[in-house]
Design a protein around this ligand. Structure first.
Ligand code: FAD
Length: 305
């Protein structure tokens, strides 16, 4: 996809009017291909089916950019219910959260209050929380919160985005702590002053980060649908005798499902990111921006009577 087209689509993700409109109109436009449903029950059923296919899951209650303490609290309660449901239903699943969903835009302390409560539930239920990475202007605050949480209890990890120039240094600091990190290409609209504008440069940076974190002996979640990166990872772990319990592959719900099953069938730990909830629009727009064919898929859905 051209950079211009990607920028045009991604700019729709931050549009408040569109977000409100789309949220009220439910899982239309084909968003159900990428979102497991609206309720926790929908997500639990999807997770169970994926578990039955040998796939682990990370559940995500859709939400981001929260600006009031009340909304952040409501989101935290929703996330707490996910952790309790995973425990009760004995799912092979953990939780992914977005820092701005839990109050980071209000302040670090607001996010910490919600996250420490979730961390305590995760500790009691023997689970793990992945703190997603959002736009580049939130990276410093997110890493700060993650490090504070990790010092309380090492049952949290975060995400490093290959497109950011700063990432090798950030990853090194997390490796010094021994942190479990998910590596991704990066999904937000970033200027060339902070991120590689060219996909080929991001791909090479991604490979270097994978090698860096695996070589540091840290648990590495390689989150991609890119077969060349997956092949690189397979070769790297083989050549460097990295044990299979030190890494996993992760993919998004509804994307490359055959490849997900194939990797699990080959004995690689593979986890599917399963988002659910009513606030699906920004997540959906980011998925559209990743692949032009998805836009046609949406238009085809709009044409349907
Ligand atoms: P690409 O080169 O974009 O895609 C490779 C191939 O995968 C494409 O050719 C296509 O066949 C398929 N594909 C990729 N995307 C799509 C799509 N949307 N629809 C259909 N096919 C597609 N980003 C963040 O910034 N922060 C996060 O916290 C974060 N968490 C993530 C968690 C998981 C589990 C995954 C898988 C991704 C996450 N991302 C996150 C998104 C990531 O940054 C990329 O935007 C996304 O994964 C697409 O890049 P790719 O590595 O799959 O490679």
């Amino acid at each position: 996809m051209s950079t211009l087209a990607r920028k045009a689509i991604l700019s729709m993700a931050g549009n408040r009017l569109m977000t409100g409109l789309m949220t009220r109109h439910g899982l239309k436009l084909g968003a159900s291909r990428f979102v497991a449903g609206v309720t926790l029950q929908d997500a639990v059923e999807t997770a169970r089916k994926l578990n039955e296919q040998g796939l682990a899951v990370t559940l995500d209650l859709l939400g981001e950019g929260v600006t009031t303490r009340e909304d952040a609290r409501t989101m935290a309660e929703g996330c707490a219910a996910i952790l309790e449901a995973i425990h009760r239903e004995r799912l092979d699943a953990n939780l992914s959260v977005k820092p701005t969903q839990l109050g980071l835009a209000i302040g670090a302390e607001a996010a910490m209050e919600n996250l420490t409560q979730l961390q305590d539930i995760a500790k009691r239920t023997g689970n793990f929380i992945r703190i997603d990475m959002e736009a580049s202007d939130t990276v410093d605050a997110t890493l700060d919160v993650v490090k504070r949480l990790y010092a309380r209890e090492p049952n949290v990890g975060t995400v490093i985005q290959a497109y950011l120039y700063r990432s090798p240094k950030d990853l090194q600091e997390l490796a010094e702590l021994g942190m479990n990190v998910r590596l991704v290409k990066g999904a937000y609209l970033e200027p060339p002053s902070v991120a590689y504008p060219k996909k080929a440069d991001t791909d090479e940076a991604f490979k270097r980060l994978i090698a860096q974190h695996l070589s540091a002996g840290c648990y590495t979640a390689v989150a991609t649908h890119d077969e060349a990166i997956i092949a690189f990872t397979k070769r790297f772990v083989e050549e460097h005798a990295i044990p299979r319990h030190q890494f996993e592959f992760q993919m998004l719900y509804g994307i490359r499902t055959e490849l997900q099953r194939q990797l699990a069938g080959e004995g690689y730990r593979t986890r599917v990111y399963v988002p659910f909830g009513t606030y699906w629009y920004p997540y959906f727009v980011r998925r559209l921006a990743e692949r032009p064919a998805n836009v046609w898929f949406v238009l085809a859905n709009l044409m349907k009577p």
